[in-house]
Design a protein around this ligand. Sequence first.
Ligand code: ZN
Length: 419
Amino acid sequence: MTVVADRIYTGIRELAAISGPTVPRMGPAMADLARIPDAGLATAGGKFVWVGPRAKLRKEVRLRRGGARVDLHDVCVLPGFVDAHTHALFAGDRAREIEGKLAGRSYREIAAEGGGLFSTVRATRAASDAQLRRQTGVRLRRMRQAGTTSAEIKSGYALTVPGELRLLRLIPGLARSVGLRLVPTFLGAHAIPPEFDGRADAYVDQLIERALPVIARERLARFCDVFCEPGFFSVPQSARLLRAALGQGLGIKIHADEFVASGGARLAAELGARSAEHLLAAPAEDLERLAAAQVTGVLLPITPFASLSHLSSPGRALVDAGVPVALGTDLSPNSWVESMGLVLSHAVYGARLTPAEALVGATVNAAHASGIADVAGSIAAGRTADFLTFETTSLEEIPYRIGAVPAVVYRQGNIVFSR
Ligand code: ZN
């Protein structure tokens, strides 16, 4: 049987389909790119309709009248990047904190002094919708230029119920105006707001009673996340919030063990969370628990770099423990990175993933962590035609070249960025 295509692409030296089973990849499967040398690719109506060896194209694909044949001229092709963890929705910046960080002050010290996260909270609360849309839209466009075609995006810089709902309500419009698939996550529990100092439980009550029901009813978020860490939310507070979110039909994620081993990963395994994120200080036995529960570990290898942390990203340890690993930028005012190409290189050189594992982490596993693997993260018939071309001689060369940028970014079958 032949399929009918709007566009047929050739001139593909190597293509990583990263297709296959509908579960996150773990263990040895993390290095399986489903590589096709001398590949052909066909799209119709913004979706992939065929992918395979070029030699089979002629027999299996027919170009519809008015369709186009495109020679990509000897490139490598990847699915569009999926950024599994961003805090891209905020106002202002914190460039002036770099010197404090260099002087040895920790994230928690800076936060305790009302700087850090809370200075972004003040800027975000003070910004109009138009200002937030403009500032965030610029970042999202730069993410897309760097090859990201889908991204998870968290609220979390308002820290009031109406403010957090306002942030979530801005996300669909941003996705439409930028042309990016955005997966909203409710992170009202990003930190204890100053108004609730010493009363974290009362803040959690508000989130459960006044935010979650509205989010569920209006479908404002796919996931609920919590910053589970000493000085932020305890394990019992995190568990209470996440159980309530599950009860409202939301998926759950946890910022776990970023600074110290605090039980976040263990809680993620107990609750069967979609993902546990950061994990810099997670003990080995808790990584085993994540693997047993098949909870995806979201690795954010630029965060310790940007935080001048002595901790290193546990990429190798996660893969070796059998945890499915996804990658994200953690784009925030604390670690301002828009490029998944840069994340790939840090995942390899810093977190010791192989290039193939890093590519899987930045595509199909990130799509699983974001609940969109049915449409994004791999090149297979029926998925959205989001893909990238790179002028490299092999797929491995993409993470190898530090901060590689795509030559062309395709979103829904159309060119949205070209160098
Ligand atoms: Zn984060």
